[in-house]
Design a protein. Structure first.
Length: 85
């Protein structure tokens, strides 16, 4: 989207995750005009299948990275402390 350095897929992800209205999204992304947000959503509706497939692929990649990285040591330590109480 123009020179805003935000991708259409980021706008779409916010829309899908939060069911935000364009006006609410404008509060989230004040550097974008309402026209830019509406344009991103129009693009999404015209390319819904491919964008949703990309979002799902991204989510799978994040999950795979989390699994490969394992649990952070601090999380395990915190859980042990919580169980002692």
């Amino acid at each position: 989207m123009d020179d805003t350095k935000i991708k259409v897929i980021e706008i779409v992800a916010d829309k899908l995750a939060n069911a935000s209205t364009p006006e609410e999204m404008h509060e989230q992304f004040p550097h974008l005009s309402l026209a830019q947000i509406h344009a991103a959503l129009a693009y999404y509706y015209d390319h819904k299948q491919e964008l949703e497939a990309q979002i799902q692929a991204d989510l799978r990649e994040v999950q795979a990275l989390r699994e490969a990285a394992g649990e952070p040591p601090k999380a395990e330590q915190l859980r042990k402390l919580q169980n002692r109480k």
